[in-house]
Ligand binder design. Structure first.
Ligand code: MEV
Length: 439
């Protein structure tokens, strides 16, 4: 059994690779070759990537694709997407094209409120605590001034600081529930710095101002932003005459519209379906978030909590048919940034922002929401008509052929063959075998 290692982080990159290769892989040379293959030729660029995280031994590539023709609020975007799953970029592009001819997407930001909390324990009288917080509230703002000054100059800052009694949930548990406006920054560092300062102020004031009575205690447990941001919300929508919803030549548009509404209805009452339905939405959302250097884990966590906000896990999209008009929309919480973090460091991220014409955080929220809506529209359009496998397997075809080390000529022949044949995994293997036998 491999023994634990001390001081791994202090080893050089070569030493780390050698250790991993020797202890965890069959073929050390092969391990070294693979890892080196993905190093950047430019040592400066490699160093930049090395320093994003700790113990970097190589780079992990994801394809970076473009879904063009997105008409959003009267402007045409080409949306960069970083994702490994075949079909996602194709589906987004197809949905973009479909809605381009039907007025495009309309999107609007409903709110930009970010949240953070100081969680603490207080064993005294709740009313005294509320009075005390009211008295010292100006100090929270004053003592955080050096952190908030620049943000305030740009129009953002601390929006509110509220004391909440949570003792019915957990003995002696209180929190400062704080909201922030962080403008074009995602704001995690800003919020966490403010919160830690609030905690310091609270503790110091409680200890020094004679607030605590004999035997009472006030202890900070932790200070951290919340990724649940239901008021950092964006809405995106498409609509057209039901008669224009011609998804498939074999199914009348009225039937397509009706089935999409039914599909959304099912996702609203059936969590097994809702999770997959929303996963499809996140295919689009995450791909743009990754390409633009935002934190997809934060968004994922917040989005799924939002989908469950009414007590059951539901669809993030909605669909309706009224007076002959089909409407399809999404409301989704997205805490995004277009300045700071990776946006100023990663050349591919910078390029993604340039391709999007340097959006503000609000514009990026709109673009991301549209990508999610488009993805869901594409998925539902296939699901309620031909089924998902037809398009999926066509896209997956190249992956299967690559796995089987098909040559360029073999790929061309088989891609053409599967234009008119059903591309299941076994059918692809069989067709390739046949092609090779016939040579
Ligand atoms: C696959 O990545 C996503 C879908 O399953 C989404 C859906 O079912 O709505 C196609």
């Amino acid at each position: 059994m491999t023994q634990p290692i001390k001081g791994f982080s202090k080893l050089s990159k070569e030493q780390k690779i050698a250790w991993i290769g020797e202890n965890y892989t069959e073929n050390v040379q092969n391990t070294k070759d693979i890892l080196r293959q993905y190093w950047n030729n430019d040592p400066k660029l490699q160093q930049l990537h090395d320093e994003f995280i700790e113990n970097t031994i190589s780079n992990y590539y994801l394809p970076f694709g473009i879904a063009p023709n997105f008409l959003i609020n009267e402007r045409i975007y080409a949306i960069p997407m970083a994702i490994e799953e075949s079909s996602v970029v194709a589906a987004a592009s197809k949905a973009a094209k479909f809605w381009l001819d039907r007025g495009g997407f309309k999107a609007e930001v409903i709110g930009t409120e970010k949240v953070g909390q100081v969680h603490f324990i207080y064993t005294g009288n709740s009313e005294n605590l509320f009075r005390f917080i009211g008295k010292i509230r100006p100090s929270f703002y004053a003592e955080a001034k050096s952190i908030t000054e620049k943000m305030e100059a740009r129009g953002g800052g601390i929006s509110s600081i509220e004391i909440k009694d949570k003792t019915d949930l957990l003995p002696n548990y209180y929190q400062l529930h704080c909201t922030f406006e962080t403008l074009d920054a995602m704001g995690a560092n800003f919020i966490n710095s403010c919160l830690e300062q609030f905690a310091t102020t609270l503790k110091a004031k409680a200890d020094r101002d004679g607030f605590l009575k004999e035997g009472e205690k006030l202890e900070i447990v932790m200070s951290i932003l919340s990724n649940y941001v239901p008021n950092c919300l964006v809405r995106a929508e498409v609509s057209c005459l039901v008669s224009d919803l011609s998804l498939d030549t074999t199914i009348p548009p009225e039937k397509c519209a009706e089935k999409i509404v039914q599909a959304v209805g099912i996702a609203n009452v059936e969590p097994h379906r809702a999770v997959t339905h929303n996963k499809g939405i996140m295919n689009g959302v995450d791909a743009v978030i990754l390409a633009t250097g935002n934190d997809f884990r934060a968004v994922e966590a917040g989005v799924h909590a939002f989908a469950a906000k009414d007590g059951g896990y539901k669809s993030l999209t909605n669909a309706s048919i009224e007076d002959g008009v089909f409407r399809f929309w999404i409301e989704i919480p997205l805490a995004l940034g277009t300045v700071g973090g990776l946006t100023s460091l990663h050349p591919m991220v910078q390029l993604a922002h340039e391709v999007l014409q340097y959006p503000s955080a609000k514009q990026l929220m709109e673009i991301v929401a549209v990508a999610g809506l488009a993805q869901n529209f594409a998925a539902l359009s296939s699901l309620v008509t031909t089924g998902i496998q037809e398009g999926h397997m066509k896209m997956h075809l190249l992956n299967i052929l690559n796995q089987m080390k098909a040559t360029k000529e073999e790929k061309t022949t088989l891609v053409s063959y599967f234009k008119n044949n059903t591309a299941t995994h076994s059918a692809v293997v069989e067709a390739l075998d046949k092609l090779r036998e016939n040579l």
